[in-house]
Design a protein around this ligand. Structure first.
Ligand SMILES: Cc1cc2nc3c(=O)[nH]c(=O)nc-3n(C[C@H](O)[C@H](O)[C@H](O)COP(=O)(O)O)c2cc1C
Length: 132
């Protein structure tokens, strides 16, 4: 696990709807947009599973994921290990998020991503390099 600096976490928060990339065991890629998510702490991103389909199939057999965030002219990629939680504290938070707005969402589970790597994706010098 790594600690994601506040500036980088904010980049993702500013974009809000972020791409959630996964791959099957056989390397079949998928990317889905997610807007219901939050940083639980410096090293943990939580996505609400409302309608995940191929994404879920992929991370259940290959529990890794990647997300890209872009704001204020800067882009970062985070990668991490995925856990699918249908009970516990984070699941309770998911239930609240999914059901407390004007529109009701299924809130099936908390997809908990423990970040393991961070890359800069802005371009320019040293494009795509791992920074954490
Ligand atoms: C703007 C936007 C935000 C979305 N946010 C979420 C989300 O937070 N959670 C979720 O489960 N699905 C969300 N979806 C729906 C998934 O992206 C969509 O169901 C997708 O088809 C998942 O299928 P896949 O996993 O097969 O790619 C969102 C879709 C859009 C367009």
């Amino acid at each position: 696990m790594v600690k994601v600096p506040e500036e980088i976490r904010k980049t993702f928060e500013k974009q809000r709807v972020i791409p959630f990339a996964t791959a099957s065991k056989n390397g079949i890629p998928n990317v889905a947009l997610v807007g219901m998510w939050w940083w639980e702490d410096e090293e943990t991103l939580v996505v609400v599973d409302n309608y995940l389909n191929k994404t879920k199939t992929n991370f259940m057999e290959n529990p890794v994921a990647a997300f890209n965030g872009w704001a204020d002219g800067k882009s970062y990629l985070v990668k991490g290990n995925v856990e699918y939680q249908t009970s516990g504290t984070l699941y309770e938070k998911v239930r609240i998020r999914a059901t407390s707005g004007q529109r009701q969402f299924p809130g099936k589970a908390a997809v908990v991503i423990k970040i393991t790597e961070v890359f800069q994706e802005t371009g320019g010098e040293n494009p795509g390099i791992k920074i954490i």
